[in-house]
Structure formats: structure tokens, C-alpha cells
Design a protein around this ligand. Structure first.
Ligand SMILES: Cc1ncc(COP(=O)(O)O)c(C=O)c1O
Ligand SMILES: N[C@@H](CCCC[NH3+])C(=O)O
Length: 445
């Protein structure tokens, strides 16, 4: 008999987190409502698959970081999910915005986001990215490599200075999957602290009159469930700041510790709590700066998943229910084209019947997508009612981050729409990608 693997120990500062937006309610007579709107209604009105985004949840989550870290700069990482409405909410909540391409940047600025509150990242910024950043006047550009320094300086108009941060690699291993661990040497982002490349780049940057180096940046990785890695990063970066002060007589006004804060995907998963982050990480930063006689820099954090993820619920319709080889497969009308995360990182989700009630007993099923890969699995061994049938609406919580922003046109299915819910009303934010959209790009013979 096989025994279930023990769940990994949860760091004490990361409590189990709710899976659903705070507004989620059971609908009398069956189903689930979010933002005061029954999910079955959203599915009927906009079709499936459809992504539901709870506006109040996004705003509350954005505010949670600002409240936990008064005086700090909270930059939403737009790669998690970006749309005009999202940009407006983030702007109205007083956050900054982290972008990593001319595309994200142009959308933000053309949606009215103030360019001076934008931070541009990227390990391989194209000439278009850099030109757009300078033309639109972004607040800060994060230098990721030594070769970028002279190239950027050459493009800055004479008589002006561009504020920059330098992305460094503190040598901290953290993150839920190898593909999203960026805090240690041996991966493509940033410059090594241990190898000396970071200090060498600081010296070069300080020699560029058109660049104003305002601080260091690091981003350790994503879906980091504990705070230990952030504390370790502070312990590596503050001594570096002291060495820079001793060598160059410069103290930086800013320190950007990136994002990466974990959310829950399944019942019992841990998540980072902003207040505990503030206590532990600001506490450590204050202590370390005091130890080295450095003034406290203004902290920047860059939460992406933590703000957008739990505010999103994906809705699918069941297309087939099939028992074969000892398993029951429930296939839905979306999958790895709208959510590539299970295939990329082996993540498994929570799935609930959302459109009706059922008194049937539960049975264990595997919820799969409609794409042509056996790895297109949304959830393994989840309990769903035994009377589940084609046409039923299923809801997948924690779907707001890194689904649609990484969605593809695989199998020419078309990317799903996004509907915002708030105060009992639903409205379309992003329309469905149609077959006509897909055909219109195909211009050759
Ligand atoms: C530089 C940078 N900042 C912030 C983030 C946001 O990460 P997360 O969505 O895990 O908070 C990322 C992505 O991992 C990133 O690359
Ligand atoms: N795309 C990853 C996170 C990477 C964050 C970007 N640096 C995910 O879905 O979990």
C-alpha cells in the first residue's frame, strides 16, 4: 500500500490562506457567487471558458501591501495580469507598476498610468523597449547586465539623467519551481554578488553621467512561501551597500527586494502575509543598516501573483466525463492554452462545481483540458459530485495570475474573455479571441 507523501513543513509566518476572493458566497439553491454575481450567470452571459476578476479583491490586496509598508514603494508586477482596468485600479490604489517590455509599458502609459511610477525590467531589453522607456519617461530602468550600461547611457538625451537600479544576484535559492528561481548564480537574471560582477557594474554605472544609480534590485523567485529567503537577501545586500559606500562614498536612497510572494492554490497551502513580511524584512533591514551605519533606504516590493492571483476565478464547462483505465476524466472546454501552469510547473488546482447544487456523493476525478497533450491536467484526484455531466460549470480559484498573461493560441482555441465583478454587477474587460482574430494574422499564401 502506498502512503501519501508528508506535506512540506509550513514556515510559521506563512499561514494557510483562503483560496477564494473574500466576496465568494454560496448561492441559495446551489452554486457560487463572487462580487455578488453568481458564477453560473457569468458563464451564461460571456460563454466559457471565462476568467472572472473580483475588482474589490484586487484593490484590497493592493492596499494590503501599502498599509503593511507605509512609506515604501509597492510596484505591481504587470506580468501577472495586465489590462486597462487593472492598470487603472493599480493606479488608483497608489501603487507603482513593474513592466518588462515595450508592450506592457505602452499599454500602461496609454491607459493613463504615470510613467514616473513605472519600473522597466528585462534581462534582454530590445532597442524598442529602451527607446519606449526613454520616450515615455519611465521612473526607473533596472540594469540587468554590464553590456546594457553604455548602450542605455548612449540613448539618454544630453543634459538629462535616467534613474536606474542594478539587479544583483544575492545567492539565495527560493521559489516553487526551478524555472522561477532567480536569486542564485547559474540563471540568466542579474549580476552576481559573490562573483564580483555586481560591484564591477556599480563602478561602471557611477562613471556614467547620464545614469543616476539610485539603488540595488533583486528578485529571488516566485511562489516563495517563507520569509527566510528575503531575510537572507537583506543580510547579503546590506554588506554590499556598505562596501559600495566605503569604496565610492555613495549611499543609495532605494532598495528593491522584488516580489515572489506565495498564494494558496489548494486547501491548506501557505501564503505570505504582508504584515508579517513588513515586520520580519523591514525589521532585518533596519537592524542590518544600523549595524553598518547606513541610512535606511526606501524599500520597493513588487508583488504580482499575490495581488492578481486570488482575485481571479476561471470558469469552464464540462465537455465530457469518461472512465477508463481505472480513472475518471472530466474534460473541460479550456486547458493549457489559457492556463499553462500545470504543464510548465506541475501545479495542481482546486476545482468546484459552480453552477448548481448536487446531492450526489463525491467521487475522485481528474480534471483535464481539451488540448492535445496528456500533460494538460488541471486537477488530479479531486472530489466532484458523481452526477457531474457535460454542460456543468466548474470554477477554478486562484486563477488571476500567470494564466491569461501566458496564454497561447495552441490548437487555435482562442483566448478566453475577462469579466470584472463588483457590487453585484459583471462587466467585460477583455473580449474573447475569436477564430476571425486568429485567421486575420495568417496573411501568407
Ligand atoms: C523582477 C520581478 N519582479 C516581480 C515579479 C513578480 O513576481 P510574483 O508574481 O511572484 O510576485 C517578477 C516575477 O517573478 C519579476 O521577475
Ligand atoms: N510564470 C510563473 C511565475 C514567473 C514570474 C515571473 N518572473 C508562474 O506562473 O508561476
Amino acid at each position: 500500500m502506498s502512503t501519501a507523501p508528508a506535506s512540506p513543513p509550513r514556515p510559521p509566518e506563512t499561514p494557510a490562506a483562503p483560496l477564494w476572493p473574500a466576496s465568494a458566497r454560496a448561492v441559495p439553491g446551489g452554486g457560487i457567487a463572487v462580487g455578488g454575481v453568481p458564477l453560473a450567470e457569468v458563464a451564461d452571459r460571456f460563454g466559457t471558458p471565462v476568467y472572472v476578476l473580483d475588482e474589490d479583491e484586487v484593490r484590497a490586496r493592493a492596499r494590503a501591501w501599502r498599509t503593511a509598508l507605509p512609506g515604501a514603494d509597492v510596484a505591481y508586477a504587470g506580468k501577472a495580469f495586465l489590462s486597462r482596468a487593472m492598470i487603472r485600479w493599480i493606479e488608483e490604489e497608489g501603487l507603482s507598476l513593474d513592466v518588462c517590455s515595450a508592450g506592457e509599458l505602452e499599454l500602461a502609459v496609454h491607459s493613463g498610468f504615470p510613467a514616473e511610477r513605472i519600473v522597466l525590467h528585462g534581462n534582454a531589453k530590445s532597442p524598442d523597449d529602451v527607446r519606449a522607456a526613454l520616450r515615455l519617461g519611465v521612473g526607473r530602468i533596472v540594469i540587468d547586465g554590464t553590456g546594457e550600461i553604455a548602450r542605455l547611457a548612449a540613448l539618454v538625451p544630453p543634459g538629462t539623467r535616467q534613474r536606474v537600479l542594478l539587479r544583483v544576484v544575492p545567492g539565495v535559492t527560493a521559489g516553487a519551481h526551478a524555472a522561477v528561481r532567480t536569486g542564485m548564480d547559474g540563471q540568466k537574471f542579474g549580476l552576481s554578488v559573490a562573483g564580483g560582477e555586481a560591484e564591477e557594474a556599480v563602478a561602471r554605472l557611477l562613471g556614467q553621467p547620464r545614469l543616476e544609480l539610485v539603488g540595488l534590485h533583486c528578485h529571488l523567485g516566485s511562489q516563495i512561501a517563507g520569509l527566510g529567503p528575503y531575510v537572507s537577501a537583506v543580510r547579503r545586500l546590506v554588506p554590499l551597500l556598505a562596501r559600495i559606500r566605503d569604496r565610492h562614498g555613495v549611499t543609495f536612497p532605494e532598495l528593491d527586494l522584488g516580489g515572489g510572494f506565495a498564494i494558496a492554490y489548494r486547501e491548506g497551502d501557505p501564503a505570505v502575509d504582508p504584515d508579517t513580511y513588513a515586520e520580519r524584512v523591514m525589521g532585518e533591514l533596519t537592524l542590518e543598516c544600523g549595524r553598518f551605519g547606513l541610512p535606511l533606504p526606501r524599500l520597493t516590493v513588487e508583488p504580482g501573483r499575490w495581488i492578481a492571483g486570488p482575485a481571479g476565478v476561471a470558469l469552464y464547462r464540462v465537455l465530457s466525463v469518461k472512465s477508463t483505465g481505472g480513472r475518471t476524466f472530466v474534460a473541460v472546454d479550456g486547458g493549457m492554452s489559457d492556463n499553462p501552469r500545470p504543464a510548465l510547473y506541475g501545479v495542481r488546482y482546486t476545482v468546484r462545481l459552480a453552477g448548481r447544487s448536487s446531492t450526489a456523493p463525491g467521487r475522485s476525478v481528474t480534471v483535464v483540458g481539451r488540448h492535445c497533450e496528456a500533460g494538460d491536467v488541471l486537477a488530479d484526484d479531486v472530489e466532484l459530485p458523481a452526477d457531474l455531466r457535460p454542460g456543468d460549470v466548474l470554477a477554478v480559484p486562484a486563477s488571476g495570475a500567470y494564466h491569461l498573461s501566458m496564454a497561447s493560441a495552441y490548437n487555435l482555441v482562442g483566448r478566453p474573455p475577462v469579466a470584472a465583478v463588483s457590487g453585484g454587477r459583471a462587466r467585460l474587460l477583455v473580449r474573447r479571441e475569436t477564430l476571425a482574430d486568429l485567421r486575420s494574422r495568417d496573411v501568407g499564401e
